[in-house]
Structure formats: structure tokens, C-alpha cells
Design a protein around this ligand. Structure first.
Ligand code: MN
Length: 427
């Protein structure tokens, strides 16, 4: 582990008591960054989650700007110094407690927004079990296309409709064509789905024309968050060839409020290895650090709360559990190196979606398309209800956490979104 990262010691405690609860996602070992405001219409400010509180970085005197872009542009060295200052100020017995107490606000009393203004958004497809299972549904004889094991597959998505956790969106309307229909028709999607993904936030950008080498790729990553890439499967099936998804994806996506830094994830790194018989990556995607420590052991969960459950005060059912490391064919660093190999310019605040992170087993799938076999085997819920795809009023909650013997568990908080009925035509 890198000795220069402060605050990873499991024995560290904070004077913010809620942070010491073992079940809390935000102990002093985590310190994720996000944006908050006290009231609608106020400018967003940079905050750090600690327990059930948020530290206002500017009020705390730890960072002289309230613009997240300014923080995203800082160097890894500057970020580590900021983390060090936060750990010193927030740890039990700190002499700076009184000064920092003035910068604390309860998370329950602020609005949490998108972690930053998102410039460009690219969705990758690193979940090989997802790619295989979905490929089998769309192309039974040819599930995984031959480029998959060589190219980190992705497409440019749309940032304008990415929403903060807690938002709702209308069921999309679009063209669908059932196989037995002669012509397509326009209707609300009947096969609305979620996609369990991680979001990768770009910190520092690169100059146009300059590829980011794999060995320095992580210097350009600020942190990870949860990402739900809502998908209309019926629209997707009709539109996706030959250029890939379009309106089936860009009506809404939801991202969690906190960016968990790679420094906080340091104890949860894993070697990245290809199984026997898999092709070795091309040289620009292959490197020593990437092989030794390029993967992250992040556990993932999908929860579904129907309107009936909500009315009964039930939190919902956990309908899937998977993990980043066992789902992903490519690492975060490889995605950055690949995205820039042609000279493409990344900017601070760009977002990558990982792609749906389905584990190797059918019950670890990160979408309903897989969990219900394309709708043929509906899920049975604890309420007695069933679901093939999402219904109006359903809320999907993504969660993630990291745990390892000898280290403090850290969490990502939650990514929550609710489906509203389609808008009636003409509204
Ligand atoms: Mn996706």
C-alpha cells in the first residue's frame, strides 16, 4: 500500500461520533467529495462526508474555492495534502476541532447534488458476464463479438440528462417494433430497466493529441461513484444497430452524490489478471502497476422498492449482489488509456460509466434484462408482487461498499431514482 496516503489506519477515530459507527459509510478513512447547498437556488459548495455530517471545505479553510472543477484540476499530490489536512482536523483529539465544527452541517439538512458539473459522458461495457448474457439474448449464435477482448467497448452518451440521486424521471416514449409487427409504433417503453454501474470521474484532463499512458492514467481519475444507466430495452432492440444505443439510454441516468477517491480505495486494490487462454492486452493497455494493483474490490447491491412497499414503510428488496473486480474485463486505468490513445481530450468533470457490472452467476446480474431472462422469468418480491421490468412508481437504489480484514469498511452512500409514468402525448 502507498505509505503517503493519510487516514487509512483502521484504528483512527473521529470526534464526529456518527463516523465511528461501524455501519456508517463515511468513517474518517473514507472522506469522499461532493456538492451540497442549504437551499434551492444557492450555488453548490464543495463538501466532504464524515459520518452523518458534511464539512464545508471553504468554511473549514481547507480549500479556497467553492467550484468543484477547481478541486478536480488539482494534482494527486495536492489532493493527498488536502486529505492529510482533513484527517488531522477530523481525528479524535484534534486541536482544530473547534474551527472545523463551524464548518459542519448535518447531511439531512442540506441538498446533495451531482458531485460536479458533468461535461462529457462516455459509457463503457466492461462487464463481460453482462455483455455475454445480453449478447446471447440479442444474438444467440454470436453472444460476444470478436472485438470485445481487445477493445474496451464504449459509446459517447449524453451528459444533459444525468440526474442527482433522489430524482425521478418520466418513463420514456419512443419507437418500438415487436418482431411480429410489420412497422414500428411510438409508445411508452414497456421494458424499462436499470443498469448497475460505477461512475468514474475524471480529475485532471489531458491536452488534445496527447495520449495518457497507462502508468499515469490513474493520476487523471478523481474518484468513483454509483451510476444507474436507466435503459429502455424495447427502444434499444430496435435502434441499436448499426451505431449503438441512442434514445434508449439518454432520457435519464442517476449518479450518487459522493466521489470516493482512489486514495480511500487504496486498501481495496486487487491484482488484475486475465484467465488462462484470454488474450494479453495490447501494449498500451498492459503494465506492471495495472497487473499488480489495477482492480478495485468494490461490492455492489441493487435494491428495488415498489410503491406498495413504500406505502407499507418497507425499504425494499435486495434483488442482486455483485462486485466490480469479478465483473469487469478492463480496469479504470485501461479505460482512461484507451479513451485517449487517439488523442481524445478528457476534461475535469467528465464521467465514464463502467458498463453493467453483472457477476458471473445469474443471480448476480446488474439488470432486469438478465435477472428475468428478458422478462420471461419475473422476479418474485417479498411483498408478493412480481416484476419483469420496472413499473411506474418503482424506486431503484444502488449501494456499494469495500471491506477487507484489517481495514475499516467504507461505503459509497446510495444512488436512488424513481420511475414516473410516461407523460401523456402533447404535454
Ligand atoms: Mn450502460
Amino acid at each position: 500500500m502507498s505509505a503517503s496516503v493519510a487516514g487509512l489506519d483502521a484504528s483512527l477515530r473521529s470526534w464526529v461520533e456518527s463516523a465511528n459507527d461501524p455501519a456508517c459509510d463515511f468513517p474518517i478513512q473514507n472522506l469522499p467529495f461532493g456538492r451540497f447547498r442549504r437551499a434551492e437556488g444557492e450555488p453548490w459548495r464543495i463538501g466532504v462526508a464524515i459520518g452523518d455530517q458534511v464539512v464545508d471545505l471553504e468554511v473549514a479553510g481547507l480549500f479556497p474555492h467553492q467550484e468543484m472543477k477547481q478541486l478536480l484540476r488539482t494534482s494527486p499530490f495536492e489532493r493527498r495534502a488536502l486529505r492529510q489536512a482533513l484527517v488531522e482536523g477530523l481525528q479524535h483529539g484534534s486541536a482544530q476541532r473547534a474551527a472545523l465544527e463551524r464548518a459542519l452541517l448535518p447531511q439531512s439538512q442540506v441538498q446533495l447534488g451531482l458531485p460536479c458539473e458533468i461535461g462529457d459522458y462516455t459509457d463503457f461495457y466492461v462487464g463481460i458476464h453482462h455483455a455475454t448474457a445480453v449478447g446471447r439474448q440479442f444474438r444467440p449464435d454470436n453472444p460476444l463479438l470478436p472485438n470485445y477482448k481487445w477493445v474496451p467497448i464504449g459509446y459517447h452518451g449524453r451528459a444533459s440528462t444525468i440526474q442527482a440521486s433522489g430524482s425521478a424521471f418520466h418513463r420514456p416514449v419512443g419507437q418500438v417494433k415487436p418482431p411480429d409487427a410489420e412497422a414500428p409504433s411510438v409508445q411508452p417503453s414497456a421494458r424499462l430497466d436499470f443498469e448497475l454501474e460505477l461512475g468514474i470521474f475524471i480529475g485532471r484532463g489531458n491536452a488534445q493529441g496527447e495520449a495518457v499512458p497507462l502508468a499515469r492514467a490513474e493520476d487523471h481519475v478523481f474518484g468513483l461513484a454509483l451510476f444507474n444507466d436507466w435503459s429502455a430495452r424495447d427502444l434499444q432492440a430496435w435502434e441499436y444497430q448499426p451505431l449503438g444505443p441512442f434514445l434508449s439510454k439518454n432520457f435519464a441516468s442517476t449518479v450518487s452524490p459522493w466521489m470516493v477517491t482512489l486514495d480511500a480505495l487504496e486498501p481495496f486494490r486487487l491484482p488484475w489478471q486475465r484467465a488462462e487462454g484470454e488474450p494479453r492486452p495490447l501494449p498500451y493497455l498492459d503494465g506492471e502497476h495495472n497487473s499488480a494493483r489495477g482492480a478495485f474490490d468494490v461490492k455492489l447491491e441493487v435494491w428495488l422498492q415498489t410503491p406498495q412497499m413504500a406505502r407499507a414503510g418497507q425499504a425494499g428488496d435486495c434483488i442482486s449482489r455483485s462486485g466490480f473486480a469479478e465483473s469487469a474485463y478492463w480496469t479504470v486505468a485501461q479505460l482512461v488509456a484507451h479513451h485517449t490513445v487517439n488523442g481524445c481530450r478528457l476534461e475535469s468533470g467528465d464521467l465514464f460509466g463502467s458498463g453493467t457490472l453483472s457477476g458471473p452467476l445469474p443471480e448476480q446480474a446488474g439488470s432486469l434484462l438478465e435477472l428475468t431472462q428478458g422478462g420471461r422469468q419475473p422476479l418474485r418480491l417479498s411483498s408478493g408482487e412480481t416484476r419483469s421490468f420496472l413499473e411506474d412508481g418503482d424506486t431503484v437504489i444502488l449501494r456499494a461498499f469495500c471491506e477487507r480484514e484489517g481495514f475499516r469498511r467504507i461505503g459509497f452512500g446510495e444512488c436512488r431514482g424513481t420511475v414516473l409514468p410516461a407523460r401523456p402525448p402533447g404535454t
